[in-house]
Design a protein around this ligand. Structure first.
Ligand SMILES: Cc1ncc(COP(=O)(O)O)c(C=O)c1O
Length: 442
């Protein structure tokens, strides 16, 4: 047992290796063999396999030059405290089991509510990730519509969002048996109240609207103020998906983009993306938690003695047992203070702006949009899709930078997502300028 704890203690201070990457299952089978045996293989052998074979076959998400998808950059304090949370093994589902842990998590949720400009009675819960948070919020929205309207509309419920919304929204719609109404965005990629008005007027089945506060592909924040105004006028719930971009609420230089969020009904932000917490952690908040509790509370003879007068995290999402997964963020925030979070998010925004400016000023590169948050989209005119892929794979192999192609308006492009305050913008600019000169990405 102590060797695992020793490994955890030393690992919280060791930088990750950017060259680690996946291997095939057959390759791993050859090196690992059978580990689940009748007599066990022993702690030393199991830990050695993890350290020498299994972990190196994972991709380092927190390397400062990992700029693909949405990477991560947990503070050392948050990583260390994740181990503490495991050792404490608290049941975080209901107050009477997890009061102390839930109290601390609630202080973090209160801080987030204050950033949103939400009232005292707002409340939330930490769930595994944005996908789970979005699904739980939309389940609450659909349940609320049923209570308010009294019956399911002919043809079933529908939810509206832009095509730029994250894939987890269409997955939630499928799981909740809701039709997805796609609303066109404006010429700069925003969902607006004006376009939403047309959708809501023509389809009264729409009971929920999802706006993005930081689209995954481009970091665009929808026009929240007009979306909220129009949706509420039509009696629809507004859920804001800030899984990636919601972290920028702490940054004064970006706060104005979120105007209108004060009146949204539910919101998610993933601290494992851009609030420097380890996996897995999503904060799900409701401006008024009562519809969520009505939708999600579980009832049975063996649960009836639970004190429902207290705030029970189990009541606010689709789960019952839960890890107190907000605590690593709580510990890190309590340790470093919120000003350090503001500075760290501002640093990422600044890096994105600096890199975008450099891309725009480089002859062989083309910036596609001015970044609103910390995503930079660009092209290397003249390159074929194969050239982009060759370049991306070569740099990943070398451990120089991880940047994978995406598509913008149906055409291949490159995307850099900055969520790590240790990323050096000049190092990124140097890589782009020197490795993209050749005509074929080699
Ligand atoms: C905007 C947005 N919403 C939701 C998600 C899903 O989050 P998770 O992967 O934590 O389930 C993501 C993931 O990248 C995202 O960017």
């Amino acid at each position: 047992m102590s060797i695992a704890l020793h490994w955890a203690a030393s690992h919280t201070t060791v930088a990750t290796d950017p060259k680690t990457t996946f291997r095939s299952a057959s390759d791993l089978q050859a090196d690992v063999g059978a580990t689940i045996t009748e007599d066990g293989i022993g702690a030393a052998r199991a830990l050695a396999l993890f350290d020498e074979v299994l972990l190196p076959a994972t991709r380092s998400v927190e390397d400062p030059m990992n700029l693909a998808y949405i990477p991560a950059a947990p503070t050392r304090a948050a990583v260390a405290f994740d181990t503490v949370v495991s050792a404490a093994n608290v049941f975080g589902g209901v107050w009477e089991f997890g009061a102390g842990a839930i109290f601390a998590e609630n202080q973090v949720l209160r801080w987030l509510s204050d950033l949103l400009g939400w009232p005292e009675e707002s409340a939330g819960v930490f769930v595994a990730g944005g996908t789970h948070g979005n699904l739980s919020a939309l389940a609450a929205a659909r349940d609320h519509a049923l209570r308010v309207r009294g019956r399911r509309p002919a043809g079933g419920w529908a939810l509206a969002c832009a095509s730029t919304a994250h894939s987890s929204i269409s997955s939630a719609a499928r799981l909740l048996d809701m039709d997805l109404v796609s609303v066109p965005v404006d010429d700069r990629g925003h969902l607006t109240g004006e376009a939403l008005e047309r959708a809501l007027t023509s389809d009264p089945r729409i009971c929920a609207v999802v706006a993005s506060a930081g689209t995954t592909n481009a970091g665009i924040v929808d026009d929240l103020a007009s979306v909220v105004e129009v949706a509420h006028r039509h009696g629809a719930w507004v859920h804001v998906d800030g899984a990636y971009g919601g972290a920028a609420l702490v940054a004064p230089s970006a706060r104005e983009r979120f105007t209108g969020i004060e009146l949204a009904d539910s919101f998610v932000v993933d601290p494992h993306k851009w609030l420097f917490a380890p996996y897995d952690c999503c904060a799900l908040l409701y401006r008024d938690p009562r519809p969520a509790a009505a939708a999600h509370s579980q009832h049975a003879a063996y649960l009836d003695s639970i004190d429902r007068g207290e705030s029970n995290p189990a009541d606010l999402a689709a789960h019952l047992s839960r890890r107190a997964r907000g605590l690593p963020l709580w510990y890190s925030l309590a340790t470093h203070g919120t000003a350090a979070y503001t500075a760290a998010v501002e640093a990422c925004l600044d890096t994105a702006r600096t890199v975008a400016r450099a891309v725009a000023g480089t002859e062989h590169l083309q910036l596609l949009v001015e970044p609103e948050l910390s995503v930079v989209l660009f092209r290397r005119p003249g390159w074929s899709p194969a050239a982009y892929r060759r370049w991306s794979q070569r740099l990943a192999r070398e451990g120089t930078v991880l940047c994978v192609p995406t598509a913008v308006d149906g055409e291949i492009a490159l995307r850099l997502a900055f969520v790590n305050p240790s990323t050096n913008p000049q190092a990124v600019i140097d890589v782009l300028r020197t490795t993209m000169l050749t005509a074929d990405g080699s």
